[in-house]
Design a protein around this ligand. Structure first.
Ligand code: GFB
Length: 310
């Protein structure tokens, strides 16, 4: 991949896709093709094939997906399975037909079995039952990995997969029903501080552990892997460090400067007890993250425009 190549970033308005576009531009790549979901519905097979025929991209980052936090995954189960299957299958098959040189598929750490040994190594895939709250999303993402592997085996396509841990960063979703925990808690603490509210409600017990990676670090890893990985399977991308949801809440509370209480809502699901990535494979290739969690949260909070929340 060189700056002369035409690169399609699918999902460029999302947190991951926008970070990949920023990283590519910073590295001197200007020949980037994008479409909003209004301009191109990636679930529409003929439309996707028309787009590939017209634009003929040479490299593809497949960062488009229907995503959300634990509640959105659990409530919109049909959409999370159908939309993600269609998006992946349409892009991967169109890439094959239009002879894309290399494609990178973005997955998620929820592909691993709920009770897989921690930290999660790449070979734990399909060794046990999935976490029920996000099983449809995980099945779609596992299918994406298997499509890339099957196309490599049958057609010789250079399609690779990358599995990020839980992410945060610019262009995150702050809707309290559908977001992930980190942006949700930033918003809750910010609003509680502004309104002088005595407490902030944290869903679940606070004891599940999660690992968080800044989207800019992920984007750097994605570009690195486009250059340095061409094989079956996939590469975990994370920090190799996790913390409890309660500890995360305390960190965000401190960054925001809120002085009230944190209370628990055990009627909300905890989800997977822990999903810490083993990042030995990535480190062995020579890449490490650079943005620490507190520093990353401070950066996101300092640049927030809360008008975007509503
Ligand atoms: O980030 P989150 O929604 O997704 O929730 P998952 C992580 C943990 O934070 C759960 C707790 O234990 C939540 O109960 N939590 C506490 C909260 N307060 C809140 C809150 O205000 N909002 C939210 N959303 N959570 C998703 C998967 O799982 O992670 C997806 O469903 C995907 O498939 C994604 O893999 C990365 O980490 O549990």
């Amino acid at each position: 991949m060189t700056p002369a190549n035409k690169i399609y970033v699918a999902g460029h308005r999302g947190m991951v896709g926008s970070a990949i576009v920023r990283k590519l531009r910073a590295n001197g790549y200007e020949n980037i093709v994008t479409r909003t979901s209004k301009e191109l519905d990636l679930r529409d097979q003929p439309a996707v094939h028309e787009f590939f025929a017209a634009e003929q991209p040479e490299y593809v980052f497949l960062a488009a997906a229907k995503v959300g936090g634990i509640m959105a995954n659990n409530v919109y189960r049909g959409e999370f399975l159908y939309d993600n299957l269609m998006i992946e299958a349409n892009i991967i098959e169109a890439a094959r037909q239009h002879e894309v040189k290399k494609l990178q598929f973005l997955g998620s750490s929820c592909i691993y079995p709920k009770l897989a040994p921690q930290p999660l190594t790449e070979d734990a895939l399909l060794t046990g039952p999935l976490e029920p709250t996000n099983e449809p999303y995980a099945i779609a993402k596992i299918t994406g990995i298997k499509l890339c592997d099957a196309y490599r085996a049958q057609y010789g396509c250079d399609y690779i997969s990358v599995m990020p841990t839980n992410l945060y960063g610019p262009n995150d979703n702050y809707n309290l029903e559908t977001s992930h925990v980190l942006p949700a808690l930033i918003r809750k603490f910010h609003e509680a501080k502004k309104e002088g509210a005595p407490e902030v409600v944290m869903w679940g017990t606070g004891s599940p552990k999660r690992e968080f990676l800044h989207a800019d670090d992920l984007a750097a890893a994605c570009v690195f892997l486009m250059h340095n990985f061409s094989d079956y399977g996939f590469v975990n991308v994370g920090t190799g460090e996790d913390l409890s949801i309660y500890a995360l809440a305390e960190t965000i509370k401190d960054v925001v400067g809120y002085e009230g209480q944190i209370t628990k809502d055990p009627s909300k699901p905890d989800g997977t007890p822990r999903k810490l990535m083993n990042v030995d494979k990535l480190h062995g290739m020579g890449w490490q993250h650079s943005i620490g969690l507190r520093e990353g949260i401070e950066g996101v909070y300092a640049n927030l425009d809360s008008a975007d929340w509503y």
